[in-house]
Structures are given as structure tokens and as C-alpha cells.
Design a protein. Structure first.
Length: 448
């Protein structure tokens, strides 16, 4: 082997090694530069054969049969027409026009066959307008290393909190889904999801309220940005009563604004706070309940009375809070009917569902059973090494696999401290405004 051949071989090895390193460390760059063009060529060259093999073709129309008979040719079956292909950071987006007689369900059943035929990581099908659908071909595991797109913009009460398995951004929009249930075992990533949500809400004009019956160890670090915080069941009971009073006063404000003078246009009449003039509109309130099971636990008859009162107030907020601008984010490790009276009623009002890894199938069914049996199965297969991976769904039946970007506790605390000046004062909640701890603790001194 000559010196030139050795040099060429070494150069080829270095190029291949560089591509492998790029693929692992910068999967988006590798995909856009090399993976996407190669995948697009493969799909274009095998499109007809793959559609035929997957049973996604239709018999020729009568016109084509007549033309074929006149020309004495064998007419081919009609293939759904791909009209556009777009490269994204995670894959390809194909726009397809279906043939008469086809439906979206035909393509949904064939996603696994399409995935293997095109050597893709995943294939997702979404209906657009009648006769048109969108096929997202995912080129690599986007959840292995979550990188949120820079285009994920925030707006009031809307926070991009995770990345979906199809490469799209999962946004927690309180205006669209008022209340949400977040489940997850210890070390499943539930706290990371909550940190990202609080850090995203911190710069917004909202009042944040925390109920953390674990003596505040989870939510107390965010105190500079909290308008109210309850750290024990006794404090939680009083805080929930105050929230219900706040909700009642807001409804009275809405009713008073509806007493309009004759001749007022119907467009100015509203049944929630968002239709009120800005100078009258109260600030929206997001209530975060950490470890909801602690509100249901009782040891004495007095605890049972307090529990019933708390659960009743929580259910009332879930049923009536949306129009008053009060939204719930209920978190816990376990949630089931065995918690007691009111658990099922509360769950029914929590439209959004996030289920991280759980310890038992019952909790997954309680969170996702009314959404989809497949979603329950997906939640129970999340492994301990997949921290942050969760199943996100809502009562409409739609669900997807998501993963939150890692947000450390110091990062979330810093975001809340930076925007502490934006913490609104709500008169009914001022008695529960967190303050700096006054009790000093002895520290253990290190000894050599």
C-alpha cells in the first residue's frame, strides 16, 4: 500500500469517526446535514413500492380503467400523492393527499410498517383537512437528549415544558386546559417538570400559590415568587378556604360587570375574567399542590373533618375556578380511589394528565385509564433510567410520550428570585405570604 493510499485511508477513518461523534453529540446538526437528505432520497425512491407493500393503495378509477382498455395496458393501482416534504430538526414532515376510499386510520395502522420500510425511528400520522394528512418521519431518538427549539415562545399562562416524541413542543397552556394532574414516583422526573413550569411562570403576570404538606421542602425554595404557601394540612385547609373566598369575590365582580346599560353591544358581555376590562381584571392564580395524597390522609376524627373540608374546597376550585382565573396543578406519587371520598370527583375535573414512571398499574389507570388503554401501557413501561419521560394526555383521548428538559433546583430558584418583584399581592391570600424563616438550626461542624 502506497503512502497516498494510507493517507486516504486515514482521512476516511477520521471522517467516519467525526461523523459518528457528531451524530452522538450533535444529533440535530448531523440529521440536517447528512441524515435528512439521505432519508428524503430513500423515501422518494421507494415511495410507490412501500405504499403498495403496506396496503395503502386503491383500485384504479373507472376513467383510468377506460383509458387502459383503450390503450390495451394494465392500469396500476392508485397511490396516495405526496405533495410536499419538509425537513425539520427532528425528522421529515410529509403532506399526503389520500385517494378516494382511504381514511386516516389506514395510515395509523401502517405506521410500524412505514417505520421499518423507511428505516426511521418513528412515524406519526396526523389528520389535517378532509382528504389530507401529515406524516412525521422521526429520524432519531429526540427524547434521549432533550433540546427545546428556540421557536418555543411563551405567552401568558402558557409554558413550553417538554418535548414530544414526534419532535413537537408540549406546552402547558392553562387557558386551553385549566387543571392538570401530574403523577410520578420518586426519582421519576416529576420535580424537574414542576421546576420547569414554575421557572416558566415566574416572569409572567400571575399569582403562584403553593400547597406542600411535606413542611414545604419542595415549594419553599420558590418562596420569593409565591403569593401564598401552605406547609401543613392545617395551613392548607385555611388557604383553600381563602382561595374559595377569592373565587367567590371574582364571580361577584363578573356578575357586577354584566349589569350593563341598555344598548351595550353583546360582545362586551363576559362570563369569565378574560372578558373584563384590563383595569378591572384580577390577576390569574395558579395553585400548585405537591403530594396531593397528604391532603387525604387522616389519623383522628378531627383530621377526617378537616380532610372532607379540604377535598370539598379543592373540588369546588376544580369545578368553578377556570372562569375566575384560578387554575390547579395537582401533583402526587400515587392517586387512587383508595385515598377516600372525593378522589374520583377531583380526578374527573383535572382534564390534563401527566404520568411519569409509577410504582403500580393502578396509579397509571387512575391517571390515564379514561384517556387510552395504550397510554396506560406506555406509562407502565417507563423504566427507572428514563427520568423525565412521561405520558401526556387529556380527556379528548389524545396522548403522546414527552420528556422535560433538565432544570436544576438552583436554576429554578434563581428564576423565581429574579422575578420576585413581579409577585402580585392578593388580599385574600396575603396572610399566607411566605416569609424568611425565623428559627435557627444548629449545624454539624466538620471535624478532621
Amino acid at each position: 500500500m502506497t503512502g497516498g493510499q494510507i493517507t486516504a485511508l486515514v482521512g476516511l477513518v477520521l471522517i467516519v469517526a467525526g461523523l459518528l461523534v457528531l451524530r452522538r453529540t450533535r444529533p440535530v446538526w448531523y440529521w440536517v446535514a447528512f441524515g435528512a437528505p439521505a432519508k428524503l432520497i430513500r423515501i422518494a425512491s421507494t415511495y410507490r413500492s412501500v405504499m403498495e407493500a403496506c396496503g395503502l393503495t386503491e383500485p384504479p378509477s373507472r376513467l383510468r380503467l377506460a383509458v387502459a382498455a383503450a390503450t390495451k395496458r394494465m392500469p396500476s393501482r392508485m397511490v396516495p400523492r405526496m405533495t410536499r416534504a419538509r425537513i425539520t430538526a427532528s425528522g421529515l414532515v410529509l403532506r399526503i393527499k389520500m385517494q378516494p376510499g382511504q381514511e386516516v386510520h389506514d395510515f395509523e395502522k401502517a405506521t410500524e410498517r412505514l417505520r421499518h420500510s423507511w428505516r426511521a425511528y418513528a412515524v406519526h400520522v396526523t389528520a389535517l383537512t378532509p382528504g389530507w394528512l401529515q406524516v412525521r418521519v422521526i429520524g432519531y431518538d429526540v427524547l434521549r437528549r432533550v433540546v427545546m427549539p428556540r421557536t418555543a415562545q411563551q405567552k401568558l399562562l402558557s409554558v413550553p415544558v417538554a418535548l414530544r416524541s414526534d419532535g413537537a413542543v408540549h406546552t402547558r397552556d392553562f387557558r386551553a386546559i385549566a387543571h392538570e394532574l401530574v403523577m410520578g414516583a420518586t426519582e421519576s422526573g416529576k420535580s424537574v417538570y414542576l421546576r420547569g413550569l414554575l421557572a416558566g411562570l415566574a416572569p409572567q403576570s400571575v399569582a403562584l400559590v403553593g400547597i406542600d404538606c411535606k413542611w414545604g421542602v419542595e415549594l419553599a425554595p420558590f418562596s420569593p415568587r409565591l403569593s401564598a404557601l401552605a406547609c401543613t394540612p392545617e395551613e392548607a385547609a385555611d388557604l383553600l378556604d381563602a382561595l374559595v373566598r377569592e373565587m367567590t369575590e371574582r364571580y361577584e365582580l363578573i356578575r357586577a360587570a354584566q349589569r350593563l346599560a341598555p344598548g351595550t353591544s353583546p360582545e362586551s358581555i363576559s362570563s369569565d375574567i378574560w372578558g373584563l376590562p384590563e383595569d378591572m381584571r384580577p390577576v390569574p392564580v395558579v395553585v400548585v399542590v405537591d403530594e396531593v395524597a397528604e391532603l387525604f390522609l387522616t389519623a383522628t376524627s378531627a383530621d377526617e373533618k378537616r380532610r372532607d373540608q379540604m377535598v370539598t374546597q379543592l373540588v369546588r376550585l376544580a369545578q368553578l375556578g377556570r372562569a375566575a382565573g384560578i387554575y390547579l396543578e395537582v401533583c402526587g406519587q400515587r392517586f387512587g380511589a383508595e385515598l377516600g371520598k372525593g378522589a374520583t370527583a377531583l380526578r374527573a375535573q383535572l382534564t390534563g394528565r401527566i404520568s411519569h414512571r409509577v410504582n403500580d398499574e393502578t396509579t397509571a389507570k387512575m391517571a390515564l385509564g379514561d384517556i387510552s388503554p395504550v397510554a396506560v401501557l406506555a406509562a407502565t413501561t417507563i423504566g427507572p433510567d428514563q427520568r423525565g419521560v412521561a405520558v401526556a394526555g387529556d380527556s379528548s383521548g389524545g396522548w403522546s410520550l414527552v420528556r422535560s428538559p433538565f432544570t436544576s433546583l438552583p436554576e429554578a430558584v434563581a428564576a423565581c428570585a429574579e422575578h420576585a418583584a413581579m409577585t402580585p399581592s392578593v388580599p385574600n391570600l396575603d396572610p399566607f405570604r411566605p416569609s424568611a424563616p425565623s428559627r435557627a438550626f444548629a449545624l454539624v461542624a466538620d471535624k478532621d
